[in-house]
Design a protein around this ligand. Structure first.
Ligand code: CMC
Length: 355
C-alpha cells in the first residue's frame, strides 16, 4: 500500500482519502470511494463497472441470516443486531478461513454489499414488514433507501445518502478503525475485525453520537429552545452531542459539507424546521464555547448528518448502523494494510495516559 489511506490536518480542517481531498471525492459514487480506499487508486471506468457489479451481485443475504434477524429484539438499537448478525454471517462464508489477499477481497465485497441489507432487513422486520430484495440496478445509497422504504427514493435523497456513506467511509485511526486493526494484527479473520469495529463504533462518544444528535433535536424541538438547552448543558458540564473532536481544532470538513447538504434537503422539502433548530444550537454553542471560552468545539461529522436523517425520516435507532455502512470500506482498507504488515499491535499500559 503505497499511499496513506487517510490524511487529516486538524488545524486547517483538511481530510484526504489516499491523498485526494474529500471535497473532490464527494460527488463520485460510493463504490468508487470504496475501491479507492481498498485498492489505493481511483478505479478507471472498466474497473468501477466490474467492482460495482461484484458488490451489487453480493447484496442478498442467506436465508439462515434472515431467520436470525427475525429473532432479534426490535426494541433496541440496530447496532446490537448488526454486530451479532455480521458475526453469525461469517459461518456461511466459504472464504472464512482463507486469509489470502484474494479470499480477503471476496469477503470484503460480501461485507460491504450485505451490511446495508442486514440493516434494512432488521428495520423492516422491526416495523412488522417483510424484507425487500435488493435491487442491483440501484446505487449503494438508493438501494439502501429502497430496501428500508419499499419504494424507489427520489434522486436528491439517494444522492445525499451516497455522500453520507462517502463522508463516513474513512477517518484514519479513529477508535473503531483502531479496534479493527488490532484484531487484524493478530491475523484473525476479516469478519472478526469488522465485528470489533462495529462494537467500538456504537459508543456515544464515537458513532453513537449521531443517534444522540437526533434525540437531542427532538428534545430541543424548535430554534427558540436552543439557547436555554445549550446554556443548561454547559452549566451542568455535559457534552453537546455532535460537537467537538479529538483531532479537529477547527470546523470538521465533513461537518461543513453535511451542513450544506442538510440545507439543500430542507429547502427542497420546503421545511426548514430541523435545519434551523440545528443551526440555532450551533450558533449558541459556538458563541459560548468558541467565542467566550476559547475552546475549539465545532459541529463534527455527526451533527448535520443527524439533521439529514430527520428529513429522510430515518429513526435514531438506525443512525449508527448507517454510519457503519459507509465506514466498513475504511475498516477493510486498514485491515488489509495491517495484514500486509504481519505484526501484532501491542501497546504498553503507560501509553493509556496519553489517550
Ligand atoms: N460539548 C461541550 N463541551 C465539550 C464537548 C462538547 N461536545 N466536547 C468537548 N468539550 C469540552 C470538554 O468538556 C472539555 O472541557 P474542559 O477542558 O473545560 O474540561 C474540553 O472540551 C475537552 O474535551 P475532551 O472530552 O477532553 O476532548 P476529547 O478530545 O477527549 O474528546 C470527543 C473528543 C469527540 C469525544 C468530545 O468532543 C465529545 O465527547 N463530543 C461529543 C460526542 C461526539 O459528538 N462524538 C462524535 C465524535 S466525531 C465522530 C467520531 O470520530 O466518532
Amino acid at each position: 500500500m503505497s499511499k496513506n489511506i487517510c490524511f487529516i490536518d486538524g488545524l486547517e480542517g483538511i481530510l484526504k482519502y489516499r491523498e485526494i481531498d474529500v471535497n473532490e471525492l464527494v460527488d463520485l459514487p460510493y463504490d468508487a470511494i470504496s475501491y479507492l480506499l481498498i485498492q489505493g487508486e481511483l478505479p478507471g471506468e472498466q474497473e468501477l463497472a466490474e467492482y460495482s457489479a461484484r458488490l451489487r451481485g453480493e447484496r442478498k443475504i442467506d436465508g439462515r441470516v434472515v431467520d436470525v434477524i427475525r429473532m432479534c429484539n426490535f426494541d433496541i438499537d440496530a447496532m446490537e443486531a448488526l454486530r451479532t448478525i455480521v458475526s453469525f454471517m461469517s459461518q456461511f462464508d466459504p472464504d472464512l478461513n482463507d486469509n489470502s489477499p484474494e479470499g480477503n477481497m471476496r469477503k470484503a465485497v460480501r461485507l460491504i454489499a450485505r451490511i446495508p441489507t442486514i440493516v434494512a432487513t432488521y428495520y423492516r422486520m422491526a416495523n412488522g414488514k417483510e424484507p425487500i430484495t435488493p435491487d442491483p440496478a440501484l446505487s449503494h445509497g438508493a438501494n439502501f433507501l429502497y430496501m428500508i422504504r419499499g419504494s424507489k427514493p427520489d434522486a436528491l435523497e439517494a444522492e445525499i445518502l451516497e455522500k453520507d456513506f462517502i463522508l463516513s467511509a474513512e477517518h484514519e485511526l479513529n477508535a473503531s478503525t483502531f479496534s479493527s486493526r488490532i484484531t487484524a494484527s493478530t491475523l484473525s479473520d476479516l469478519y472478526s475485525a469488522i465485528v470489533s469495529g462495529l462494537c467500538t463504533l456504537k459508543g456515544p462518544l464515537h458513532g453513537g453520537a449521531r443517534t444522540e444528535v437526533m434525540t437531542m433535536l427532538e428534545e430541543v424541538a424548535c430554534p427558540e429552545n436552543a439557547e436555554e438547552f445549550v446554556l443548561g448543558k454547559i452549566e451542568r458540564r455535559e457534552k453537546i452531542m455532535g460537537f467537538g473532536h479529538r483531532v479537529y481544532k477547527t470546523y470538521d470538513p465533513r461537518g461543513k459539507i453535511f451542513k450544506q447538504l442538510a440545507k439543500e434537503l430542507a429547502e427542497t422539502k420546503g421545511d426548514m424546521h430541523w435545519y434551523e433548530t440545528a443551526e440555532a444550537i450551533e450558533n449558541v454553542a459556538i458563541r459560548e464555547l468558541v467565542e467566550k471560552k476559547g475552546k475549539p468545539i465545532y459541529p463534527n461529522v455527526d451533527f448535520y448528518s443527524g439533521v439529514i436523517y430527520k428529513y429522510m425520516e430515518i429513526p435514531p435507532q438506525l443512525a449508527t448502523s448507517i454510519f457503519a455502512i459507509g465506514r466498513v470500506s475504511g475498516w477493510i482498507a486498514h485491515c488489509f494494510d495491517q495484514y500486509e504488515r504481519k505484526k501484532i499491535i501491542r501497546p504498553r499500559a503507560f501509553m493509556l495516559d496519553e489517550c
